[in-house]
Design a protein around this ligand. Structure first.
Ligand code: SF4
Ligand code: MG
Length: 336
């Protein structure tokens, strides 16, 4: 089937006083209808910039799309004027953020804001928009929705604000929802509720979801496929099973080892990956992970590894996959 979203060889940079920061360096990503794809990586890996570029959230300048294409329902968004992109926002492509207050206006009743979100894109009566808003609040699990319509965002709890933001993003039934760290600011219980909510909305509305996160726990719960990014590049991608049960890139191994596990005194134990990502003002010619990789070889610093196809759905970019590379034991699976 044809992909709903297909990003090919995307390059995005930011002009700074010090020079050009190459935030996204040749990213490929695709999403089918009804699919949930997670983009994972540390802060600064280019995952948010990739998502934001789809709906052009970064002003140009300083941001520029230097190459590649973003096909959405067959149209290349990189060549659409910003006016056309704005029409897509909230109608065909919804977006939710870590902080609901970036979407919700504190000075307006929640109901008014959802009604406005509908009427911005569709010619419907206020009465119809009101009914749809109530229905949507109910769908995202807000009880007494008619009462809640009249309240202001500060009268909602954090978890409820997140639900209201999701209601607003989905009220025009977009084909694609972009969710940038939607659970990061929430406590674990509410986080799990929001993940369940997104799964049930995908079920009921058929929405495709591109979720940006640094949390492999959330990925395991929600994603069908996973794209791992590092230093502006995709280093591994695959189905959730391939990434969790047969990860092949040392950075993915590091991320999997950093999943919090209950340790002594009930405290969460985290094994962070030592070191920091390279400076994208002047990215290394070889593998960007070489400075932090336990398996780095001489070739890794000299030449960028090619992408190796491991299955129809699984690929990675690492010199260890070269036929002449030493065979090492996968620290996650214990296999060679
Ligand atoms: Fe490590 Fe080399 Fe693979 Fe990069 S290419 S992840 S440095 S083994
Ligand atoms: Mg971010």
């Amino acid at each position: 089937s044809e992909a709903l979203l297909k990003i090919d060889d995307l390059h995005v940079s930011f002009a700074t006083y010090a020079g050009k920061v190459q935030a996204v360096r040749g990213v490929d990503l695709s999403l089918e209808k009804g699919e949930i794809v997670a983009v994972v990586g540390e802060s600064g890996c280019g995952k948010s910039v990739t998502a934001q570029t789809i709906i052009r959230l970064n002003p140009s300048p300083p941001c520029s799309i230097d190459g590649g294409s973003i096909l959405f329902q067959g149209t290349d968004l990189t060549s659409l004027p910003i006016k056309e992109i704005r029409k897509l926002r909230g109608s065909k492509i919804g977006m939710i953020f870590q902080d609901p207050m970036t979407s919700l206006d504190p000075t307006k009743q929640v109901g008014t804001q959802i009604i406005e979100a509908i009427r911005r894109h569709e010619k419907v009566s206020k009465k119809e928009a009101f009914a749809r808003s109530v229905e949507m609040l109910e769908l995202v699990g807000i009880s007494n929705p008619v009462e809640r319509m009249k309240q202001y965002p500060h009268e909602f709890s954090g978890g409820m604000r997140q639900r209201a933001m999701i209601a607003m993003a989905l009220v025009c039934h977009p084909e694609l929802l972009i969710a940038d760290e939607p659970t990061t600011a929430l406590d674990v219980t509410i986080q799990a509720q929001i993940v369940d909510l997104l799964l049930s909305l995908r079920e009921k509305l058929g929405t495709s979801i591109l979720i940006i996160t640094h949390d492999m726990g959330v990925v395991a719960d929600i994603a069908d496929r996973v794209t791992i990014m590092y230093a502006g590049m995709v280093v591994e991608s695959g189905t959730v099973e391939e990434i969790f049960y047969n990860p092949r890139h040392p950075y993915t191994w590091g991320l999997l080892k950093s999943i919090p596990k209950p340790g002594v005194n009930g405290k969460e134990r985290l094994i962070p990956i030592d070191g920091t990502p390279p400076d994208l003002l002047d990215p290394p010619v070889g593998c960007p992970f070489a400075d932090r990789c336990d398996y780095a070889m001489a070739v890794c610093r000299e030449q960028m590894p090619e992408t190796t196809q491991l299955s129809d759905t699984h690929q990675t970019r690492c010199w260890l996959r070269h036929q002449l590379a030493p065979k090492i034991k996968n620290p996650i699976t214990g296999r060679e």
